[in-house]
Design a protein around this ligand. Sequence first.
Ligand SMILES: Cc1cc2nc3c(=O)[nH]c(=O)nc-3n(C[C@H](O)[C@H](O)[C@H](O)COP(=O)(O)OP(=O)(O)OC[C@H]3O[C@@H](n4cnc5c(N)ncnc54)[C@H](O)[C@@H]3O)c2cc1C
Length: 447
Amino acid sequence: MSGAADLLVVGAGAKAAAVAAKVDAINRLGLGPISVTIVEGVEPAASWKGLNGMTSGDEPLAVTPIKDVGFPYESGKAFGDLGPAIDREVMSLSWQQYLVGRGGWARWVNAETPSIRHRDYGAYLAWVLSRATTGVRIVSGRVQQVGFTPGGEGWTVEVEGREGLERYEGGALLLTGPGVHRHLSHDPEAAPRMFHCDSKRGDFLTRVPAEGSPEIAIVGGGESALSCLAFLRRHRPSARLTVYTPTLPMSRGESFLENRVFADPDCVGWSALELSQRRLFVRQCDRGVFDPGGLLNIAYDDHCRFLTGRVVHVASVSGGDGVAVDYASPEGPSVDAYEFLVNCSGFDLLEQLRGLFAPGVRAEIERQSGPLWDRPADVEVPMGRALEVVGLSPRLHIPGLAALAQGPGFANLGCLGLTANRVVAPLLVGDEAPAAMVVTRGDELGL
Ligand SMILES: Cc1cc2nc3c(=O)[nH]c(=O)nc-3n(C[C@H](O)[C@H](O)[C@H](O)COP(=O)(O)OP(=O)(O)OC[C@H]3O[C@@H](n4cnc5c(N)ncnc54)[C@H](O)[C@@H]3O)c2cc1C
């Protein structure tokens, strides 16, 4: 058994990079020690380098990389007088520092800060993870099971590493990643003609022929549908692509009014807003909307069309050489035939977690915090300010589930620095309201 860390993290992606940068800064300032163990199944930033499905790495990142691992650099709100010093330290791992170090900053700024590719973003995250090392350990291996430590006061993860099964312990646990694709009803015979938002991009190239003009349906009205569309336009330029959106297709609201809510949900009193208002905001600004920049590339493209209709079932036709898409449109039920279909109807984070937690562990989590896996779809997941499952001890942080309860940026890249503050704050200043205590500690340290 390896020594217990204060925080265990599953996945070395964007959120882990932000947490590592914060913990590294806190430790270098002498405010710790805080120890973090990050377990990564593929390699750091694998999701963005095109190694995990979901992207080939060449598709454009929808968010600007200026919203880097420290953004919005307002740590004073979490750590009082210590905040500015922590932000200064984290700035040494900013996107700007990364590009300056590579001699690419002026070129990027002079080009008017264009969007970058997922793999460029992945390279930046890997750079952060390679430098944020004070108190941070990265372990290579896939987490197979998550459970409680024997006394129930911490977490343990079983990792399939190079040397076989290893076990790591932590006082709190942070689960990252977007989840697995949401199930879309289909005949078993249709499966070989279907792809999903998390299918490996190489599978598309193996199965969709380069010659001819295959008709391909893409189901979904959000970022992953647009990402698949961009990939297929690039690699199968003669394919004809039809995107089914469950409601009228919409692009994402991105003015300063929306952006400030991602960066600082407290500025609108997010958690106190009516649930219906929070749902509406997430629907219009994050889930189920297209990035306007991505749409620009296909605005005058006669290989792409958009249909409003909720796909209800995918049947196998033509002796397995195609699929029939049953969908409910405003005009009533309809059926269209395609050679392939891509299911981009969404990610299911809880379904992925179901596989990581044994039934007994799931039962204990639900005993302490109420229904999580089998709750009705319209019931909000109870997530607290530290992006933790409310009522559960030891702490289990799942930022990907906290958008509705705590703020829309916690499920994506909208406020990585704030996400890290929320997760790390209980380790630095405890569970109590921190302001007074932090100011005292800041004075003592002469910051
Ligand atoms: C194609 C695509 C494009 C996106 N573009 C944007 C965008 O432009 N802007 C935005 O705000 N959001 C975007 N998102 C959403 C983004 O993925 C989420 O915000 C996500 O939560 C990113 O941070 P993360 O650290 O949680 O996950 P990731 O960065 O995906 O990292 C998760 C890591 O966990 C590892 N892992 C998974 N399971 C295990 C296991 N069992 N054991 C060990 N390691 C494991 C993976 O290998 C991976 O490295 C995009 C998502 C997708 C799929």
